[in-house]
Ligand binder design. Structure first.
Ligand SMILES: Cc1cc2nc3c(=O)[nH]c(=O)nc-3n(C[C@H](O)[C@H](O)[C@H](O)COP(=O)(O)OP(=O)(O)OC[C@H]3O[C@@H](n4cnc5c(N)ncnc54)[C@H](O)[C@@H]3O)c2cc1C
Length: 602
């Protein structure tokens, strides 16, 4: 079975040394109840649950998968793999789903800086399992932001407790990225409800056997809605109606027609959901549904970044064990293991390269996710309006980077770690191919990484003339300018910031003349942004680990500086290749006639 020990020391390093979280919490009256002792307990409990409950059912979940059948009442039934029900019950009973929930409705009100670490651990040990509670958390956030008081009273407590789960129903067979063309209809009834009719596909957790009720958040259009995304409304559609006293009533007309057979996350039920005059209730205002749904979508985007980080961490830990065990060839720098026929893989520099790529990505990803989580907490809990606004802008700017860069780096890292196993990484026995398969989806769903890149360059940069990016670059420069550590990361981070600034200006100058420029450059622009962000994170980690020579953990801190050296020397130079590709612009793609792309006839 795969091994996993939660990287608690690294997590505490990020919380305490890099971001001084407790000081932040104590200085904020809305978070003063959060202290590090409690947080340490939370992390330790989640570390145990992930390792002892979720990891053991990860492999079997992949083998068995979720199963679909038709029940006696004609509705679709989905059963999760063995052990999932019990694990979910334990997870819910321990209060994990409501950890960050609003205390007014039974949540525990912990900040994102804490909940993100818990999320990392469940995604590390069981990506399929993690999706069920995470969709619920996302749906409850959307309800909290836009639902009526009555709706909040009806749903939130049961969702936080895990008795009911949540979904997001956006995608339709003909409408994935382009939600403006959805066809699902909402027809108003006299009692204030709507009849919802349409087919949604790819709905994660659309049906399963883990909870008594499933609360679907559904995008649909009313009959007279404006065309495009300005005509989308959001509805809450429960699987079972809820009586006035909170008990479950009749079955609603929503059912899972089938589930998808997929490359990975096989224990996560990805459902085709048929809404056949299902009764739903408007959430927020008519035609404002996409904005309401974005609360959930943004949450899920950050969460997908954590899914990527989880995949990287699990792949790294297992590759590390293998590299220390497997004897193959002699080390180029002399025999290390004379009593054995060969040396361990770990003595080969190329094996270390692959492991260090994954380790560097995991540490920078965790630090970056924490940076964004901190901004989210400031935006939510701060009592200073200016600070709230600045933090919200920073979150908006960096959400697509968190989603896309973390998951891109994750696939790369999981493949590097699979490579450490040679052929043994390709066969099922060692579990590495599952990690690669499971992690792959994070680049695709919740807005593909291409779409995230367009969001970054188009909406988050070009739309405001680059001012939000400028503010971020200024922050990076100020931080590096104030660093006391003497390390190559300083100059490298400043160079990365310069590159990002120069590219932003170049692209903005070109977009009025070259209509395809944003579309053609966005992916590489996001990569440049991601590398600059990770350089900044390494700068923060280096600064936080200096002056600790006398500490009990002196070696731990010294290794942070070494990993930053590795990043500067062996990873960060990639930023220049991506920058060059951005400078080349969209012309190399648009130069072809459409004929070139016409499929050959048989
Ligand atoms: C396992 C799984 C679980 C999912 N869970 C959910 C869920 O719970 N709820 C839900 O609603 N959906 C869910 N989805 C759907 C997912 O979010 C979509 O698959 C994704 O957003 C892409 O949509 P699409 O598949 O229709 O691709 P398309 O929109 O057809 O895109 C195809 C390709 O074209 C690119 N593209 C599209 N438009 C542009 C453009 N303007 N410029 C440049 N490139 C473009 C895309 O990046 C992509 O590479 C899930 C999908 C999967 C596979």
């Amino acid at each position: 079975m795969a091994v996993y020990n939660a990287p608690l020391q690294d997590m505490r390093f990020i919380l305490n040394d890099v971001f001084d979280a407790e000081k932040l919490w104590q200085a904020n009256e809305n978070l003063a109840h959060v202290d590090m002792d409690t947080v340490n307990m939370i992390l330790e409990e989640m570390a145990k649950l992930s390792k002892n409950v979720l990891l053991p059912i990860n492999r079997e979940g992949d083998e068995e998968g979720a199963k679909h059948s038709i029940g006696a009442d004609g509705n679709g039934v989905v059963s999760t793999p063995a052990g999932f029900k019990e694990a979910y019950a334990q997870y819910a009973e321990s209060g994990w789903i409501g950890l960050g929930g609003d205390p007014e409705y039974g949540g525990q009100g912990f900040p994102k800086m804490v909940t993100m670490l818990a999320e990392e651990m469940i995604f590390t040990t069981n990506q399929s399992f993690a999706l069920y509670p995470n969709l619920t958390v996302g749906a409850s956030l959307a309800l909290l932001a836009s639902a009526s008081e009555e709706q909040k009273q009806t749903y939130l407590e049961k969702m936080y407790s895990g008795e009911w789960s949540g979904t997001m129903c956006l995608t339709e067979p003909h409408a994935g990225t382009d939600l403006g063309i959805i066809k699902t209809k909402a027809v108003p009834n006299d009692d204030g409800s709507y009849d919802i009719t349409g087919t949604k596909i790819f709905i994660t957790g659309g049906e399963h056997d883990l909870t008594d009720n499933i609360i679907h958040l559904v995008l649909a259009k009313t009959l007279d809605a404006p065309a495009g995304s300005r005509g989308i409304s959001l509805f809450v559609v429960p699987k079972f109606h809820v009586n006035a006293d909170g008990s479950l009533g009749e079955r609603n007309h929503v059912s899972a027609g089938s589930i998808e057979h997929k490359m990975g996350i096989k224990a996560s039920a990805t459902c085709v959901m048929n809404f056949d005059n299902a009764k739903g209730w408007l959430v927020g205002q008519e035609n404002k549904g996409l904005a309401a749904m974005f609360v959930m979508m943004n949450y899920e985007r950050l969460t997908m970044g954590l899914q990527g980080l989880g995949g990287t961490e699990l792949a790294y830990q297992n590759a590390l064990v293998y590299a220390n065990d497997r004897l193959q060839s002699r080390s180029d720098s002399g025999v290390k293991n004379p009593d054995k026929s060969a040396d361990q893989l770990i003595h080969h520099a190329d094996i270390r390269r692959m492991l260090l790529n994954a380790k560097a990505n995991a540490e920078a990803s965790r630090c970056f996710a924490m940076y964004v989580a901190r901004q989210l907490d400031i935006a939510k809990f701060s009592t200073d309006d200016d600070a709230k606004k600045a933090a919200a802008e920073r979150v908006a700017l960096l959400t697509p980077v968190t989603k896309a860069f973390l998951t891109d780096k994750a696939l790369e890292s999981t493949i590097d770690c699979q490579q450490v196993f040679g052929g043994h990484g390709y066969i099922r026995e060692w579990g590495m191919e599952q990690i690669v398969r499971d992690t792959r989806i994070a680049q695709i769903y919740e807005g593909t990484n291409g779409i995230q890149s367009l969001d970054l360059l188009g909406r988050k940069v070009a739309k405001n003339g680059g001012t939000h990016m400028d503010a971020f670059i200024t922050e990076i420069r100020e931080f590096v300018g104030n660093m006391t550590a003497d390390h190559a990361i300083k100059e490298a981070t400043l160079k990365a910031a310069d590159t990002l600034e120069e590219l932003t200006k170049t692209v903005l100058a070109n977009i009025s003349e070259r209509k395809d420029e944003i579309n053609g450059c966005a992916v590489d622009y996001l990569q440049v942004t991601g590398y600059a962000c990770y350089a900044y994170m390494f700068a923060m980690m280096v600064e936080a680990s200096q002056g600790k020579e006398q500490s009990e953990s002196a070696e731990f801190y010294a290794n942070k500086a070494k990993l930053a050296d590795y990043y500067v020397g062996r990873v960060l130079p990639r930023i220049h290749a991506h920058a060059k590709m951005v400078r080349a612009g969209s012309e190399p793609m648009t130069a072809f006639d459409l004929d070139y792309f016409t499929p050959a006839e048989a």
